[in-house]
Design a protein around this ligand. Sequence first.
Ligand SMILES: Cc1cc2nc3c(=O)[nH]c(=O)nc-3n(C[C@H](O)[C@H](O)[C@H](O)COP(=O)(O)OP(=O)(O)OC[C@H]3O[C@@H](n4cnc5c(N)ncnc54)[C@H](O)[C@@H]3O)c2cc1C
Length: 423
Amino acid sequence: MNDAVLDPQDTGPSKGLDTISLLSSDERLKGRPKLCSDCGLCDSALKGRMSSACIFVHNQTAEIEQRLHGRGRRPDDERRFGIHRTQYAARMRQPNPQAQWSGIVTSLGARLLEQGTVEAVITTGAAPGTRFKSEPVLARTPAEVLATAGNKPCLSPNLRLLDQVREQGIKRLAFIGTSCQVHMLRAVEAELGLEKLYVIGIPCSDNVTYPDLEYFLTQVSRSPQTIVHYEFMQDFSLWMRHEDGHKERVNYIDFPMDKLHGIFPSSCLSCFDYPNTLADLTVGYMGAELGWQWVLARTEIGEELFELIRPELEIGELTSSGDRTRGMPHYIARLTQPPGAKKPPFLVRQLVAYMQRKKGSKGLEFARAIIEMKLLRNLNYVRSKFPRFEARVVPEHVYQTLEPYADKYQEVFGRPLAPQTEE
Ligand SMILES: Cc1cc2nc3c(=O)[nH]c(=O)nc-3n(C[C@H](O)[C@H](O)[C@H](O)COP(=O)(O)OP(=O)(O)OC[C@H]3O[C@@H](n4cnc5c(N)ncnc54)[C@H](O)[C@@H]3O)c2cc1C
């Protein structure tokens, strides 16, 4: 495998620090709106539907939820996790070593094809000669889906394959993707002429373009070229596995944030759907204990999907410990500081990382904590960079979820958390 086509260390983040930007320096994307996650819809014949489907033009989460569930979110964990019927800690009894976690997602895609439930699965493979460069794949066989196991942790224009779905006369389709892709897909679902659509969502936050991913790895790893797998774990550290099998671990608090700040696309910083709430079934890890996956069945179809894979699963226990509300006020205060400012000395960082692991939120409380942190950070980002967009791109559940921190927000930012109504 050769990922070293360019030397990312020399190129640096594709945009300057704190710069509002389209995605990366990718020529293909010139002319796109500033908030674009390259979901692929605009590469398809449905391009004309962009302004009415795009989550970054008008977030339609509440409307789509009404259509899918006939109701809005309950004032409990659903505000953070999205509407769901059941949730589980689970993992494959026989994990796929190529998978990101245990391989629930690709195993499910393969089963759907094996049983003839669907005719094709849209999934994300790796571009030839790379490990991590995303390439949308329209898989027609179980082997083709299984070959896409593992994250390609960069933006992927999966919806561009909708043209091929139509051209090939596919009527029963499974789609695996991130929350922005799923929002656009749901918005155009009725026009696709499908008899059945199965949506398997993965949680997603702070995605990057491929050049920025390469750059990121040069900043956090001693050997970026030999990484075969990496994940941001629930123990507040990044785990990287190398070709020779050795593992490298970097605590989040040790990340060189001053050098990383420019890598995140404006779209990902304006996203309010970390847990992929419009999917039928969401398969992540962040609400489960280390070593387990977190699975939420949201719709009847989601339950059907879960039942299909259940015989191959070991079911664990969902737990919750810690108290995120103690840390949130500090997090809100830190949002006013420039990224990377005043990094504490090494020993203090070691102590903080130890305390995070020992006393920090775990299980469902960890998921609540990071979802709330990203909602807050992204609300602030939209308010500072795209204030005129707030009414269109920030859904109501964001303010409802963050309401317990409204006083602190007012104190730190000198403005109410609630949206200001226009004169
Ligand atoms: C950028 C990114 C960020 C993520 N962040 C989180 C997080 O913060 N918290 C959390 O709980 N989970 C997160 N996930 C999901 C998680 O890492 C696993 O992908 C998920 O739990 C499925 O694991 P698995 O072993 O079942 O998947 P596998 O069976 O290994 O299958 C992985 C699936 O992911 C799909 N995929 C890979 N790359 C992409 C991509 N770039 N875009 C769209 N689909 C892709 C592939 O199509 C494949 O079907 C993230 C995933 C990505 C790609």
